[in-house]
Design a protein around this ligand. Structure first.
Ligand code: SF4
Length: 371
């Protein structure tokens, strides 16, 4: 129950009315919510929206992450994962090594998540062949691969359009883009932290074209570094605006910045309260994106579990082997089993629903790709 008196006392009476009526919140509303010190009030508002959309369901996926290489032409200051070619910590998996990892999954895998750095040499044909071969090994799994940044990099390298890149990858088996590389769209921040990287408008353009080609995507936001709360809200507003036009976003994934082993290691990591606030704000601002993910790899399992009461409805998945967050000092496990995820969700008072990449229930639709 959203007791009107309680929210009025906090100066959030008007926002409570809007949330209860399902009305869109403004950036100014978002700023007022961020300024509120009562985390329970934010949680109640976000939970009311989450419950309206998903009831007691909390989703998860049986997936496998594969990072094919950390060699990258860019040098984002917040990145602990990438290395230049020849660096002792640089790695590149061969096609057979990747296929071995995919083939080793005998647990009812329904999603393969593939991302890497912007590699200077690997041609687009390498990835086309890879997707085709993975498809034969795991015919029922969704292939969710490549950030918009990688897609733009392939286009530049091959001197073709991003549309051509995505059409070729789609023909090879690509189902979906995972939504990474968005960071925060603010030009001010990108100039400071990742000037070589595809800019915010470029990211939105690639993703818009993906949606127009029938390739659904997720969207991420990296927060907790140098950005302001207003810049987080503007990031969400840009996604909300694109979603109004295309309807192609499946899930929003707020990612707390992990400073260890980066050029920003002097910064403190986000606190649990900051994480829960940002999840709650995401749920409240993104009224047209159905799902908000509590990505346990970055949040830790315990904060992700609590986030189910702060607007999140998805727990991500089994993951199996995570490198990007862990090279930046993530303290979470490398992977979880289906049974562990179910226990975490049940213990929080929710009903676990195993899903595919598009959030179709596996039980209702049979295992794997439903399209
Ligand atoms: S964040 Fe991505 S694009 Fe930037 S350096 Fe790391 S791997 Fe490369």
């Amino acid at each position: 129950m959203l007791d009107p008196g309680y929210f009025r006392q906090l100066g959030l009476g008007e926002i409570r009315e809007k949330v209860a009526a399902g009305q869109r919140l403004s950036l100014a509303d978002g700023e007022r919510l961020f300024a509120c010190r009562d985390i329970h009030a934010l949680g109640l508002l976000a939970h009311s929206v989450r419950t309206r959309l998903h009831g007691k369901s909390a989703y998860f996926v049986v997936n496998r992450h594969i990072n094919y290489s950390n060699v990258c032409v860019n040098g984002c200051r917040f990145c602990a994962f990438s290395r230049k070619k020849g660096d002792p910590l640089a790695f590149e998996l061969s096609e057979s090594e990747i296929l071995e990892k995919v083939a080793a999954q005998k647990n009812g895998l329904t999603e393969v998540h593939i991302v890497g750095g912007c590699h200077p040499d690997l041609p687009l044909s390498f990835f086309e062949d890879l997707l085709k071969k993975i498809r034969t090994i795991q015919p029922k799994a969704f292939l969710k691969a490549f950030t918009a940044v990688e897609i733009a990099h392939f286009a530049k390298k091959e001197s073709i359009t991003v549309g051509e890149v995505m059409s070729r990858l789609k023909a090879a088996g690509l189902d979906m883009l995972p939504g990474g590389g968005a960071e925060v769209f603010s030009g001010r921040i990108r100039e400071m932290l990742c000037p070589e990287k595809l800019d915010g408008q470029g990211w939105l353009d690639v993703v818009r074209q993906a949606h127009e080609l029938g390739i659904r995507t997720n969207a991420t936001m990296l927060y907790g570094h140098l950005e302001t709360q207003r810049e987080r809200l503007e990031h969400m507003a840009a996604l909300r605006e694109l979603q109004d036009r295309t309807g192609g976003f499946v899930c929003f994934i707020p990612l707390p910045f992990q400073p260890a082993n980066t050029e920003l290691s002097n910064l403190s990591p986000t606190t649990g309260i900051e994480d829960l606030k940002t999840i709650a704000l995401s749920r409240l601002m993104l009224d047209n994106i159905a799902h908000i993910k509590a990505y346990w790899v970055m949040l830790t399992v315990k904060v992700a579990q609590a986030a189910l009461y702060y607007g999140a409805d998805d727990f991500d998945g089994t993951v199996v082997e995570e490198k990007i967050g862990h090279m930046a000092g993530a303290q979470s496990e490398q992977g979880l089993t289906r049974r562990e995820i179910e226990r975490i969700i049940v213990d929080a008072g929710f009903e676990p629903v195993e899903r595919d990449s598009l959030f179709n229930s596996i039980k209702e639709n049979g295992r794997g790709r439903c399209s």
